[in-house]
Design a protein around this ligand. Sequence first.
Ligand SMILES: [Zn+2]
Length: 427
Amino acid sequence: MQTGQVVLRIGFYTLAAWGLMWSLLAVGDMSPRGGRGGQAPRHAEAQSASVRVDGFRFGHREGGGIRFVMELSQAVPWRVFAIGSPYRVVIDLPIVEWDSGGLIDGLGFVANARYGRFSQDRSRIVLDLSQAALPEATFTLPRDGGGRRLVVDLAPVAESAFPEKLETLFESEEGFAKTKRRADAPPLPLLRPALGARGKWVVVIDAGHGGVDVGAISATKKYEKNLVLSYAKDLRNALNATGEFDAVLTRNDDRFIPLRERISIAEALGGDIFLSLHADANPSRKVRGASVYTLSEKASDKEATALAARENRSDILAGIDLTEHTGLVSQILIDLSQRDAINASQDYANLLVTDLRESKVRTLQRAKRSAGFAVLKSPNMPSVLVEIGHISNADEEKYLNSKEGRKEVINVLVSSLRQFFRARTEE
Ligand SMILES: [Zn+2]
């Protein structure tokens, strides 16, 4: 559907079109779900939220500007800010009720809009801009039949006029920071299982992406973030069932976690190994196969560099200001303390690739690669990133979603981890 054709006028057809788009974007689980009466399908977890989003849309303004409109079931506090490199405009709201977060096409200089949960108490919309542009005004209007309409009017500006650092441009009258957390906000996941699990190897499983960052998009328009979360949960259960492991997750629901925080979580949990699970997409739909990555200053090849850049974009997509911690994306400097961790990472990656090759899981021809992945930077534990396959390939997407495919991938991961830790115990 071309968002550009949606006119800036509230009418039944506009809303119906949005309803259709929302139902197409329903990705809460792998089974197809229909929209309810043209309304946004709800993610089960967000069902207790009281503020509903009935749709977004873009329209052209006179003089080359773009208007972004969001339909809300009631008034909420909001904040609009801009961040550069690359140019983004971000709209923050308290937790609102929508599907599990996603991506829609933009209009004009707005390349697209990402939306989803950003943190425990915040929902976020990130407008990715193809050129420097800023909101000239942000305001709300009453809607026919109740609720509020949030309007952001954007106009192109000179590159020099774009703020260098994160800057709040507009805020609702009641202020945004002062808003209280919803009392019924879901609690943080219980990351650590019951104590007394000592003597077991702690495997920290990191489901890539989440919330406002959907990750790669599959052949059937499903999101990487959901697939890898379900794999992470299955892997955790399979590992814990062996009695040898104490497997824990960095996220166990659809939330965004900055890359650096994933490492902090793994370290706080005392991980013996960190496994980041991903699924890739390739512009060439023919490409398929799993691959395994470790951290290196100098990338093994061009493809690995490009992949690392894609995965490192997670924080950018979520609207994080990288000027506060430069170096996360641009340069990965490895210090001496990381050498041991890197050697161990290589050992595990080699083992895993060998096991994958011996299994029915397809791998890329060169399945073991390395590059500057920000999420693999822990000096305290071996860290490996696994792309379980290419969801842009229709057959592979089907395979990864099938019972057999899932079982095969999980089995290989479990057996390779067993071998890895047994070898270390014998040393
Ligand atoms: Zn990924």
